[in-house]
Design a protein around this ligand. Sequence first.
Ligand SMILES: NC(=O)c1ccc[n+]([C@@H]2O[C@H](COP(=O)([O-])OP(=O)(O)OC[C@H]3O[C@@H](n4cnc5c(N)ncnc54)[C@H](O)[C@@H]3O)[C@@H](O)[C@H]2O)c1
Length: 231
Amino acid sequence: MSKKKLVVLTGAGVSAESGLKTFRDSDGLWEGYNIEDVATPRAWRKNPQLVLEFYNYRRKNVLEAQPNAAHYGLAELEKDYDVTIITQNIDDLHERAGSTHVLHLHGEIFKMRSEGDHELVYEIRGDIKLGDKAEDGQQLRPNIVWFEEPVPKIEEAIPIVRGSDIFVVVGTSLVVYPAAGLVNYAPWNIPKYIIDKRIPYTSEITNITAIEKPATEGVKILFDMLNANMK
Ligand SMILES: NC(=O)c1ccc[n+]([C@@H]2O[C@H](COP(=O)([O-])OP(=O)(O)OC[C@H]3O[C@@H](n4cnc5c(N)ncnc54)[C@H](O)[C@@H]3O)[C@@H](O)[C@H]2O)c1
């Protein structure tokens, strides 16, 4: 029998217990910065040095962080399910925990690209500096989808969510669109679970079980619930 398709949408909350801060939890600031100053095209035009410093620092944080029990638990689900993780996170903790199908909606901290040509993408572990150029001679920038920029991967994500047999949401405030809108594409009659230490507004979502716990504990509870349903 083929495995059921289990799709997980994750946000910053899944990485919080790995020491990577979410920003809704700190009054709309991300590690002390206003989002508008570091994660928008306007910020890049106004002060590219600051934007690069911000993401260089984020890259160091992610290098020092380790996956937590929630990342490992979601990776382990691959034993019994055909799992796809759709993440808003730019860190690589799902991959390091062993998940093999991870779609990064908002880009990846270990990639950079030409500021002109979206196709010129390169791996980066160290810092990006002003004056570092892509092959087309244009400045390199983090390969991150900033606020107000289009989210091309959403087109890939929608049919994955539409085709799911089980849908799980972990650690996202569901306020950043279009990512938050993905929950509306899950078939109405399939089982859905949401894990968050403070469950966001979800009353329009049918057939949903809320697990109001930190991600590490919540994923364990999810395991028990899924196992009970399998029997
Ligand atoms: N690790 C990362 O890559 C990272 C970190 C911060 C922000 N971001 C960016 O933030 C944007 C989006 O918003 P978001 O919805 O992902 O994050 P968010 O900051 O808006 O919301 C975080 C959510 O996680 C919950 N949460 C916090 N700690 C938790 C824990 N230990 N266990 C379970 N839930 C917990 C909060 O209650 C909240 O609902 C994304 O675009 C993303 O790129 C990414």
